[in-house]
Design a protein around this ligand. Sequence first.
Ligand code: AVJ
Ligand code: FE
Length: 446
Amino acid sequence: IIAESRPQTVKVRAAQALDAARRHTLTLTECLDEHELTARHSPLVPPLVWDMAHIANQEEIWLLREAGGRPALRGELDMLYNTVEQPWATRAELPLLSPDAARAYLGQVRIHALEVLSDAPVTGSPLFQDGFVFGMVAQHEQQHDETMLATHQLRHGPAVLHAPPPGPAATPVHRLPGEVLVPAGEFIMGTSTDPWALDNERPAHTVDVPAFWLDTTPVSNAAYQEFIADGGYAEPLWWHPEGWKHRQHVGLEAPLFWQRDGDTWLRRRFGRTEEVPPDEPVVHVCWYEADAYARWAGRRLPAEAEWEKAARHDPATGRSWRNPWGEWEADSWHANVGQHHLQPAPVGSYPIGTAPCGAGQLLGDVWEWTSSDFTGYPGFRAFPHREHSEVFFGPQCNVLRGGSFATGPTVCRATFRNWDFPVRRQIFAGFRTVRDVDGAPRMRAA
Ligand code: AVJ
Ligand code: FE
């Protein structure tokens, strides 16, 4: 968070966020040859070279033209790299820039963007206030760094990315309580003061949340394997009707990238095959699988407000912190973010990232599915344009919270809202569950 808003502090922070994003963009693309950068690794995602030029094009539009008032550098590319105009399925057929041209475009735009930053005011308009537009563009690139890492996970072939594993959990999971109580009461959801918060996180508003019990950690592979072993994928009772139809249609049997080998489960990750580690949070499950697991366990997925209250509310002060541990940005002490590791950390890791309610690993490791549709908060105003998030509001997408090991530190915060279709599995998504304090577990209305 920007503790003080002297122009130089704001600008240094903006430059650092842009630079952090770019290092990942280059790392994720320099390790592959031209063929791999232009290949369709899966019908689910565009080729990596599309992300490269799209990142540059968005930076040109927002920093050079909108913020800098400069003439278009490559205006003819706007249509090709506009997410709303170009459905993903056909992006590989477009006359895209070559990897070399996309790299040159990235570098060229960045030089101009840093000039604009150095001349920019940091107050006087909502776009410039506290460096917002620069933070927005840095967050855009960091989000694409995550989708590019997901593309790497979908690609076949030998490993090209290398990172140390996160190490064993600080607290063995059997020493942790399985669930923690979040007492009833109001809390402040969203923010009106975090300078780089996006439109869908605003404004701050009060929400009254009944008491609930929350899993202390994300659901682990070991727990998820019990659901599989108990025939969870074969029992329609546990599944949302749409989820059951989908499960039947595509033949879901386990998380994406898992395969059975006799009595054990193997999974492929970034070009290596390994046994599924029991203590890691489960990842690459769709909303329907998360929902089915929760019902099997006699529980349910958290509503978005429940998740955010658990992650931010400080009962001692009545305040909502930016993150479970306070105001600091996510770093490698508090959470597994930023692609330092290419996998979630075991449950029981990061004790100093624990929230006041006692739940851990709410940020980082895996995105967590919630039961909530993606909609605007009361008083929502689209900014800087409807396409940022408003056009995605509605019952077709569920909200995900908390960020993953692949999420950049500028993006990863407890107010941030991600969204996706309930069938989506290639994202780094897992979940945790809740139950009501009074009465039987509530079933999701079918
Ligand atoms: C917020 C992750 C759903 O990937 O579509 C990237 C982020 N927006 N470019 C997406 C985003 C525009 C967005 N998600
Ligand atoms: Fe984008």
